[in-house]
Design a protein around this ligand. Structure first.
Ligand code: F0G
Length: 457
C-alpha cells in the first residue's frame, strides 16, 4: 500500500516559535504548571485541542468574503441551514457561537432539579451545563470502553441494557432526553457503531424519549463505521452520516471540530415547540435566529466545511494520521487507549506512571513533561478534569487517567508528528523520575482550565 498523503497543498504558512528547555521550565512554573495558562507563542506543537484549530480551505476563506452580514435573513444563514438539513435531515436549525452555547440553551429548557440526562460519556462542558441546572449527567459507557488496553471496534458504544434499566429505575418522566456523543471524546475519541445508535434509538422510542446526538465529530465517526461495521464499506460517507442522523430527534454541534472552522456551533431538532423555546432563549443569549452569535461569514465557512469534511480522501488521511502517531509509540511500549481514536491519542497515565497515585494527578505530570521536554502542549483528562470529592474532601477519581494529544485538522504534517513521537519516547524513557503534583488553586467548576499546581516534594 502507498503512503497516505495529506490531501492538500499549503498556500499560507504560520511560523512556530522555538524555545529552549530552560525557558520552558520557567514558563511552565509561571503558568502554575497548567498548560492552559501558557501563551500559545510559547508552544511549539499545540495538541491542546482539535477544537477551533483547523486550517480552513481556500474555498472556506472565499466563503468568508462572501458572507452576508444582514442582521435578519442572511443569505449565508440559508446556505448553512440547507447544508445542515442535507446532512442531518433535522427540521429546525439554530446557529450558536459554539457547542456549549447549544448545550446551555438545550439544557436550560430541558434540564432542572430531579432530571437525569444519560450519555455514553458526557464531555466536560455538557456535564457542566447539565449540572448547572441542577440536573444530573449520567455516563453509561459499555464496559470495554473503560479499559484502555482492550482493542475493540466501537469502544464509544453505550451500554444499552444499562440504558434501559436506568430509564426504568429513574422513570422516563425524569429523563428529558437521551444523548450519545460521537465520537466519544472523553472516552478516547472512540467511535459508536450504527447498530448501537439504532439500539439506543429503539429504547428511546419504547419509552417515548427524545434521542440527541452530540455530533461534534460525526464525520470521523462515520468513517469508522465505513471501515469497521459490516455493510458500510461501499456506502458514501454522506449516506452513512445521513443514516446516523436519521435515528436522532435532535443534536448539538460544535462546528469547531468536524465543520473545520475556528468558531461556531448549532442546535437542530424536529420538535417544533422545543425549537421555538430554544429560539426564544437564543435571542436573549446569542442573537437573532439567523445568526445566533456568529457573523454571516462564519456560517458560510461552516457550510463549506461540512461539505469538505465528508470527503473520503480527507477522512482517510485524518484517521490515518492519528493511527500513525498511535502505532509509533505503541511499538515502543507506551500505554495508550487502544485502538487509536478519531481525533487524538490518549496516553494511559495510570500505566505510564504507576508510581504516581491518582491523588497526585499522573496525567498532569505527563502534560508538564511533554511541554518541558519538547514544547508540546497536551491536556489531562483524568482526576484534574473529572475528579470529584467526598464529604471529607478526598478525591473520588474518574475511571481513567488520560493525557490527550489532540491533532488539529489539516495543520501539522507528518514530520511534526514524527517529532511528537520522539518527545513522547524521550519522556517515556525517563518516566521513573517523574513526580506527581498537588493543586494550589482551583475554581468551583471546570477547574482544569484555571487550576494551579506545584510539584509534590
Ligand atoms: N461536546 C464534545 C464532545 C466536545 O468535545 C466539545 C468540545 C463540546 C461538546 C463543546 O463544544 O468547545 O464548541 O463549546 N470539546 C473541545 C475539546 C473543547 O478540546 O475537546 P465547544
Amino acid at each position: 500500500m502507498k503512503t497516505i498523503i495529506e490531501p492538500f497543498k499549503i498556500k499560507s504558512v504560520e511560523p512556530i516559535r522555538f524555545t529552549t528547555k530552560e525557558e520552558r521550565i520557567n514558563i511552565l512554573e509561571e503558568a502554575g504548571f497548567n498548560p492552559f495558562l501558557i501563551k500559545a507563542d510559547d508552544v511549539l506543537i499545540d495538541l491542546l485541542t482539535d477544537s477551533g484549530t483547523s486550517a480552513m480551505s481556500s474555498m472556506q476563506w472565499a466563503g468568508i468574503m462572501q458572507g452576508d452580514e444582514s442582521y435578519a435573513g442572511s443569505r449565508s444563514f440559508y446556505r448553512f441551514e440547507a447544508m445542515v438539513k442535507k446532512i442531518t435531515g433535522l427540521k429546525y436549525v439554530i446557529p450558536t457561537h459554539q457547542g456549549r452555547a447549544a448545550e446551555k440553551i438545550l439544557f436550560s429548557i430541558t434540564g432542572g432539579k430531579g432530571k437525569f440526562i444519560p450519555n455514553n460519556t458526557h464531555f466536560d462542558t455538557t456535564r457542566a451545563n447539565i449540572e448547572y441546572t441542577n440536573a444530573e449527567a449520567v455516563d453509561l459507557l459499555n464496559e470495554t470502553g473503560k479499559h484502555p488496553e482492550i482493542r475493540a471496534d466501537f469502544k464509544g458504544n453505550m451500554d444499552i441494557e444499562k440504558l434501559e434499566s436506568f430509564i426504568k429505575e429513574t422513570g422516563p418522566e425524569n429523563i428529558p432526553l437521551v444523548m450519545m456523543t460521537v465520537t466519544n471524546n472523553s472516552g478516547g475519541g472512540q467511535p459508536v457503531s450504527m447498530q448501537n445508535i439504532r439500539e439506543a434509538k429503539a429504547v428511546c422510542v419504547k419509552y417515548n424519549l427524545p434521542f440527541f446526538l452530540d455530533a461534534c465529530r460525526f464525520a470521523e465517526n462515520a468513517y469508522f463505521i465505513k471501515m469497521r461495521e459490516p455493510g458500510y464499506r461501499d456506502k458514501p460517507l454522506l449516506e452513512i452520516a445521513q443514516e446516523m442522523f436519521s435515528y436522532c430527534d435532535g443534536m448539538t454541534m460544535s462546528a469547531k471540530k468536524d465543520a473545520l472552522v475556528n468558531i461556531g456551533g448549532f442546535l437542530a431538532m424536529n420538535d417544533s415547540t422545543l425549537a421555538m423555546n430554544c429560539r426564544n432563549l437564543l435571542i436573549v443569549t446569542e442573537g437573532f435566529p439567523t445568526y445566533g452569535g456568529l457573523a454571516g461569514r462564519d456560517l458560510e465557512a461552516i457550510a463549506q466545511g461540512l461539505e469538505e469534511v465528508l470527503d473520503e480522501h480527507y477522512l482517510e488521511y485524518r484517521i490515518r494520521s492519528i493511527e500513525y502517531l498511535g502505532e509509533k509509540i505503541l511499538a515502543e511500549g507506551v500505554p495508550i487507549i487502544e485502538p487509536p481514536g478519531g481525533h487524538a491519542i490518549y496516553l494511559d497515565a495510570k500505566r505510564f506512571l504507576p508510581h504516581v497515585p491518582q491523588e497526585q494527578f499522573p496525567g498532569q505530570s505527563i502534560v508538564c513533561e511533554l511541554y518541558t521536554e519538547g514544547g508540546i502542549r497536551s491536556v489531562e483528562i483524568g482526576s484534574v478534569m473529572f475528579g470529584k470529592k467526598d464529604a471529607n474532601g478526598k478525591l473520588i477519581p474518574p475511571p481513567m487517567e488520560l493525557v490527550r494529544l489532540a491533532i488539529p485538522r489539516r495543520v501539522y504534517t507528518q514530520s511534526h508528528i514524527d517529532y511528537v513521537v520522539e518527545i513522547i519516547l524521550e519522556v517515556f524513557k525517563n518516566r521513573k523520575n517523574i513526580k506527581g503534583y498537588e493543586i494550589t488553586y482551583e475554581a468551583p467548576m471546570l477547574r482544569h482550565f484555571t487550576a494551579k499546581f506545584r510539584p509534590v516534594k
